[in-house]
Ligand binder design. Structure first.
Ligand code: GUN
Length: 284
């Protein structure tokens, strides 16, 4: 059984990004600039945004983090985004989700200029993913595909099961697996007899947001298990994933740990997307 080392795989991606960025001052007179907006004090978001800033530092990417209070109005946030859209020194804009409930995520996402949308959440990027036309790929699904590639797993012809149908992970990763020629089943809270479905999976992607919901009874011998969860164990309060790692690992052929699996890959892909936005920006 392989424990998939997302930290190491992401470190090599970030090293490649750093080497590329190091050539930019001479070529373009500056480095890429990513601006991250966090609204409120959601504890997970505080950590994620801090990790994104740290990754920028590691890669030589300029980072600005804007922290707005929880009570920020939707109008004020949209104005802030429009200011950044118009700021030629900014290449990438990321608004950390989730947002406070009084702010429409859809409106925020569609306000970010498509060419600065490092998350790939803009409706036109989503359309590009589903229509196979040029687009920015969302970071977590890309990170998952890169993990599979790094451990030598080709999804072609394999049965892949995805738990969770979010716009951020479940839907786009299902599409990417489909494009990689897997046979994909997308499960969710209303799926009947979930364990029976997940036991069919040769590749199981779990993005449900529920601590340790996948136990050994839900996993086939030899499955590759990718855990996107970032949860707290209700009993111990410790950080854990959607997969009960200790129970599932002995059955799996490969499994991601939490932390140190998918999380660092999301951030490495964000660095790559930021460079992509920068290169388009300086060449137009
Ligand atoms: N919240 C959880 N994952 C993500 C992500 O990939 N991007 C943004 N903007 N917010 C998130």
């Amino acid at each position: 059984m392989t424990i998939i080392d997302g930290k190491q795989i992401s470190a090599s991606i970030k090293e490649a990004v750093a080497a590329q960025v190091a050539t930019f001052p001479e070529k373009y007179g500056r480095v890429p600039h990513l601006t991250v907006i966090r609204v409120g004090e959601d504890p997970a978001s505080v950590v994620y945004v801090r990790n994104k800033a740290k990754a920028c530092e590691d890669c030589g990417i300029r980072n600005t983090t804007i922290v707005l209070p929880e009570e920020t109005t939707e109008e004020a946030l949209l104005e802030q985004i429009q200011t950044l859209n118009a700021d030629a020194s900014v290449d990438g804009i990321l608004v950390q989700l989730p947002l406070p409930r009084h702010i429409s995520e859809a409106r925020v996402i569609e306000t970010i200029a498509r060419e600065k949308d490092v998350d790939g959440f803009h409706p036109l990027h989503v359309a590009g993913l589903w229509q196979k036309t040029p687009h920015m790929s969302p970071c977590t699904p890309s990170g998952i595909m890169k993990l599979l590639e790094a451990i030598g797993i080709d999804p072609k012809g394999k049965r892949a099961v995805v738990i969770g149908r979010s716009n951020i992970v479940g839907l786009p990763v299902a599409k990417m697996l489909l494009d990689a020629n897997a046979t994909v089943t997308l499960c969710h809270t209303r799926t009947v007899n979930l364990p029976e479905v997940t036991r069919q999976a040769e590749i199981l992607i779990v993005a449900a947001g529920r601590a340790k919901m996948v136990g050994a009874d839900m996993v086939a011998d030899g499955a590759v298990v990718i855990d996107v969860g970032m949860d707290r164990d209700p009993e111990t309060g410790q950080l854990c994933g959607d997969v009960d790692f200790d129970a599932v690992a002995p059955k799996a052929s490969a499994i991601t740990p939490v932390p140190g699996g998918v999380g660092p890959m999301t951030i490495a892909c964000l660095m790559e997307n930021t460079v992509e936005c920068f290169l388009r920006h300086v060449s137009c």
